[in-house]
Design a protein around this ligand. Structure first.
Ligand code: PEP
Length: 239
């Protein structure tokens, strides 16, 4: 994605159904934003058939390996066969509930790139790390452990998601978002040949989306809860 369109990503998590996908077949967007919906694996086929053409399809995870005895895993190349173009990697729920380390995350990023998927790598601090003034240190560590190991010419998207803002209704103030995004941008610029889009995620909704998306260096939004309601998500797509 070389353009300067804002990128709006829906993370449905372990939610959604065929009925919800049918509702989203009516989704409209009048702005030049790039819209990506990441449903659960089981809805990828319906996403391809039902979603309007302007919507690109993403997955929420992929295996670190390409194939073999990894019961329950789905590889990046399998996702590619399902018309998936993007994959979320390192979401905080994967890091905490499924013990994904920077090392595992980097292997998944490599697997995604090898299968021509664009990884959307999630980074962000917990509340205790924020309170200990360690936000930038955490971001530094997460970037060094995953994104900064990618070849400089590769395409990647980074999502800054403060863990304490995910699903809580809390959001950082404008200056906090500005500071984190500037820090990430400066660091990524030292490594990559092109501008890497940096999304904000964490309790973004139809009311706060316009304000957040206009903050300097915010390239778009990663939306969880509010992406499950068609009207709310349409408002976010149009912000
Ligand atoms: C997320 O899970 O990536 C997320 C941003 O969730 P929410 O919008 O519900 O905070």
């Amino acid at each position: 994605m070389k353009n300067k369109n804002k990128i709006i990503v829906a993370n449905w998590k372990m939610n959604g159904s065929e009925d919800l996908m049918k509702e989203f077949s009516q989704l409209t967007c009048s702005k030049h934003n790039d819209i990506i919906i990441c449903p659960p694996f089981t809805l990828l086929d319906s996403a391809k058939t039902l979603l309007p053409n302007f919507v690109k399809i993403g997955a929420q995870n992929c295996g670190a390996e390409d194939k073999g005895a990894f019961t329950g895993e789905i590889s990046a190349s399998m996702l590619r066969e399902k018309s998936v173009s993007y994959v979320l990697i390192g979401h905080s729920e994967r890091r905490t509930l499924f013990n994904e380390t920077n090392n595992i995350i980097f292997k998944k990023v490599e697997a995604a790139i090898k299968s021509e998927l664009t990884p959307i790598v999630c980074i962000g601090e917990t509340l205790s790390e924020k309170e200990a003034n360690k936000t930038l240190q955490v971001l530094d560590n997460q970037i060094n452990g995953s994104v900064a190991k990618i070849e400089p010419h590769e395409q990647v998207i980074v999502a800054y998601e403060p863990v304490w803002a995910i699903g809580t209704g809390l959001t950082p103030d404008e200056n906090e978002i500005k500071e984190a995004h500037l820090y990430i941008k400066t660091k990524l610029n030292q490594h990559f040949n092109a501008d890497i889009p940096i999304l904000y995620g964490g309790s973004a909704n139809s009311k706060n989306c316009s304000q957040i998306i206009s903050i300097e260096n915010v390239g778009g939004l990663l939306v969880g809860g509010a992406s499950l309601k068609k009207n709310d998500f349409r408002a976010i797509c149009n912000c």
